[in-house]
Ligand binder design. Structure first.
Ligand SMILES: Cc1cc2nc3c(=O)[nH]c(=O)nc-3n(C[C@H](O)[C@H](O)[C@H](O)COP(=O)(O)OP(=O)(O)OC[C@H]3O[C@@H](n4cnc5c(N)ncnc54)[C@H](O)[C@@H]3O)c2cc1C
Length: 393
């Protein structure tokens, strides 16, 4: 049984605790969704997960309700991701992408654009976030893709890569250069339906933990002016605001993976006899378990601090979100590695829970800002705070 004492922390309200209870019961009854590792198997499993998550009402927190727009509740997003990740990495992925893919529409969309949210919140449409390009991953402001205004349309040309849900999404939130200014100030955001002529899935990408991923090609894909999300030249700010909101949730997913690894390790240490006694009786094993628990609790504190700060109305939580993502993902990698070690040969056996966690965690330290980038962000935030006199000399 996972440690859920964190739910009594003052970051949460009763509605969060009730949500966690109900979701736990739903996960126990519905997850994991079994699937093979081929692209078609994973696509089908993801579609099924979006459908059942939608039917269960679990996708509602991923986007604002167009009828009654309220702020996104980041604590609910984090609790949901942590819980889903503990049960099934692909379920967490399916949930997370419904939020990231529609985040720009929730935060900056017009009422017409928000009509899509009715469908994504019900699990009837799948969304994706298309920012990265072959030449600009970490260096987002250096993107090549263009959206030229021709006649009365935007014409999109270029490529987007590593796009989660690429190949199964119904809508893509795409960032492209509109040229109002050089660099970051000349980028805009667009809502692009998957059936837009000129948008093509150029390549499906396979990774160590299978998820739907693709390289998208835009060959003069034409969009009406109403496809733009926000104003011309606001795209970089929109992307960063969306990432700021969802970045703590990546930490929450890592936390879910780490908590599962810790639970599996405890069970293993209690159930496996070595040298005539349970593995748990070896003090070095206890030391591993203690270190793992410490990392899990510290990660939870950082993740839920960031989520709480956002929900309290902070305009930006750049430092808190970067710390949460960096610490939770890096430490989860370490926790899971220790879990593999404590499982011995079984830890690297294909199909074992800790073996799949070991593959699942790795990409979280790369996407939505690599760990190294988060360190740069934190250092710059500290410098900014010092300059503003917020940190003592
Ligand atoms: C599984 C997966 C899913 C993804 N899903 C999406 C998605 O849905 N949408 C989307 O738009 N993108 C997505 N991405 C892309 C992801 O955001 C990029 O891979 C990431 O931003 C890194 O870019 P890159 O791969 O081009 O690596 P690069 O930018 O080439 O960086 C390589 C490495 O250089 C180092 N580095 C980079 N910048 C700095 C710095 N400033 N200081 C110090 N070191 C640095 C880091 O170690 C980094 O990992 C996904 C990636 C993966 C792996």
């Amino acid at each position: 049984m996972p440690d859920r004492s964190f739910l009594s922390w003052p970051f949460f309200e009763d509605r969060h605790r009730e949500h966690a209870e109900r979701l736990e019961a739903w996960c126990a009854a519905n997850l994991p969704v079994a699937h093979g590792e081929g692209i078609e198997d994973v696509d089908a499993a993801c579609r099924r997960l979006v459908k059942i998550l939608g039917e269960g009402g679990w996708l509602k927190p991923t986007a604002v309700d167009p009828e009654n727009p309220q702020k996104l509740d980041v604590r609910t997003l984090c609790i949901t991701r942590e819980t889903l990740a503990r049960h099934d990495g692909l379920a967490d992925f399916a949930f997370a992408m419904q939020g990231l893919g529609t985040g720009a529409i929730s935060l900056f969309g017009t009422p017409e654009q928000r009509e899509w949210l009715e469908r994504t919140r019900r699990g009837e449409a799948i969304s994706a976030f298309a920012l990265s390009e072959p030449r600009s991953g970490s260096d987002v402001a250096n993107m090549d893709m263009t959206a030229a205004w021709v006649g009365d349309e935007y014409v999109l040309s270029g490529e987007k890569t590593w796009i989660s849900n690429g190949g199964i999404a119904d809508i893509y939130c795409v960032f492209a250069r509109t040229g109002e200014a050089p660099g970051a100030r000349g980028i805009s955001a667009f809502l692009v339906p998957a059936d837009t002529p000129g948008l093509r899935i150029a390549e499906r990408l396979e990774t160590i933990a299978p998820h739907p991923l693709a390289l998208l090609s835009f060959e003069e894909a034409r969009l009406p002016a109403t496809a733009m999300i926000g104003r011309p030249g606001e795209g970089f700010r929109i992307a960063m605001t969306v990432l700021d909101t969802f970045r703590p949730t990546v930490g929450a997913a890592a936390l879910g993976f780490a908590r599962r690894a810790l639970d599996e390790s405890f069970s293993r240490a209690q159930g496996r006899d070595l040298f005539g006694a349970p593995l748990f009786d070896l003090q070095m094993v206890q030391g591993h378990l203690a270190d793992m628990a410490l990392d899990v609790d510290a990660a939870a504190l950082l993740v839920y601090r960031a989520a709480w700060a956002k929900d309290q109305g902070a305009a930006r939580i750049t430092r808190e979100a970067a710390m949460a993502k960096l610490f939770a993902t890096d430490r989860a990698q370490e926790v899971i590695d220790r879990a593999v070690q404590l499982h011995g040969g079984d830890g690297v056996r294909k199909g074992h829970v800790v073996e799949s966690l070991y593959r699942e965690i790795r990409a979280l330290r790369i996407y939505e800002g690599a760990s190294d980038v988060q360190k740069v962000v934190i250092a710059r935030q500290l410098m900014g705070a010092r300059d503003a006199g917020a940190v003592g000399s």
